[in-house]
Design a protein around this ligand. Structure first.
Ligand code: SF4
Length: 379
């Protein structure tokens, strides 16, 4: 586990809005609003090959797009201009917000602190259930709303406002890789923490390179069948599982999220197999969040996940030996808190995104002194 010194934040975590709430782009006064029409391609992309006829092959994610001159990749964020691949969204976030870290969700990494969240347009998945579809399923021009925010300025703002961590989130950060990488590198030098919330479908080389500057990862393990990934997300399971193992190998703190959709990925046997895989491949200490689905985007006819389904999933995960399992997006549910796996003491009392108390001393349960896996405040 990489640890860097952590400067204490000044403000309590914000009470978060529901995870299903659409994220309204918030632009602080220090950012200059710009129309997408004015954008120029100026930042060359990384991880691509030049082909004949001015085509390029992008090697950033599992899609491996071959892009003709003047066209963009599947994610809508990488454009081939005269045989050179550019990032369209470098330095052009469409959403910047200050959130509580619990909203990621991220429960075992400096709880009750704030994060500066940055997201752009675009995504390399097409999830029919996406909560942030208005950002992720549009190009920069379709969204027509972004700000100019250079990496140095993003880091400076976090520092001067006493926000200890920067998080890349809302849409898939892989699709603004170069921008994320440059911010992360500077943030690391400035002693900030860097969090990456991802669908996990990067290729190995860019992922390992990025992880040199990342402290913690929230990864959406959307289901445990390739059929689900193909049918609902136009993606595949295997690259995601590979990424989970790489993240663990590289030493970043890792938490997994499973959004449970009625009839699609709520089969108890599938959940059991997923939990076994997590335990065997990345360890029983890996926190797993079962999150409640609410109708969204192209699945508005689907009912919200019954709370009993989430409770059943929680029970299965604990029976399979995962130590830290929580239920999310059900405000007020007891299992939203973190419990000591040894004595069942409530070590972090949480109400939705708000932390009520932390009953840990030097990372140990105050009741039975069992060490709780995570990255904690040093006091
Ligand atoms: S990052 Fe975008 S352009 Fe590159 S392979 Fe993935 S979807 Fe295609």
């Amino acid at each position: 586990m990489k640890r860097r010194s952590f400067f204490k934040l000044c403000a309590a975590a914000l009470a978060g809005a529901g995870i299903t709430k659409l994220i309204e782009p918030y632009f602080p006064a220090w950012m200059r609003q710009t129309s997408a029409e004015n954008h120029k391609l100026q930042h060359e992309a990384r991880y691509y090959n030049k082909l004949d006829d001015n085509r390029v092959e992008c090697e950033l994610c599992f899609k491996n797009c071959v892009i003709s001159e003047g066209k963009r990749g599947f994610c809508r964020n990488r454009e081939n201009k005269d045989g050179t691949l550019y990032s369209v969204v470098y330095g052009r976030p469409s959403t910047v917000n200050v959130d509580p870290i619990e909203k990621e969700p991220m429960h075992h990494f400096y709880p009750d602190t704030q994060i500066l969240c940055i997201g752009t347009a675009g995504c390399n998945f097409r999830c029919k259930f996406c909560h942030n579809w208005h950002l992720s399923q549009q190009s920069l021009e379709e969204l027509d709303r972004y700000q100019n925010l250079e990496p140095e300025k993003a880091v400076r703002e976090a520092k001067t406002r006493g926000i200890p961590s920067i998080s890349f989130t809302y849409n898939e950060p892989t699709t603004f890789y170069e921008y994320m990488y440059d911010i992360a590198e500077i943030a690391q030098q400035e002693d900030l923490n860097v969090i990456f919330h991802t669908n996990g479908a990067l290729k190995e080389e860019p992922l390992r390179d990025l992880l040199q500057h990342i402290d913690a990862v929230t990864l959406d393990l959307k289901a445990f069948t390739d059929d689900f990934y193909q049918e609902l997300s136009q993606a595949h399971l295997e690259p995601v599982l590979d990424s989970i193992k790489i993240i663990r190998e590289e030493g970043a703190w890792l938490e997994l999220v499973n959004l449970v959709l009625p009839d699609y990925n709520d089969d108890p046997t599938e959940i059991q197999e997923m939990c076994r895989w997590i335990k065997d491949e990345v360890g029983e200490d890996t926190p797993l969040h079962f999150s409640r689905f609410f109708p969204s985007y192209q699945l508005t006819e689907l009912s919200p996940t019954p709370v009993s389904t989430l409770e059943k999933a929680h029970e299965i995960a604990r029976q399979e030996g995962l130590k830290y399992v929580s239920i999310g997006n059900v405000p007020g549910h007891l299992k939203n808190s973190t419990f000591c796996p040894e004595c069942e003491n409530e070590v972090i009392v949480r109400h939705h995104f708000s932390v009520q108390s932390i009953n840990l001393t030097e990372g140990r349960c105050q009741n039975c002194q069992t060490e709780i896996a995570g990255v904690w405040h040093e006091s």
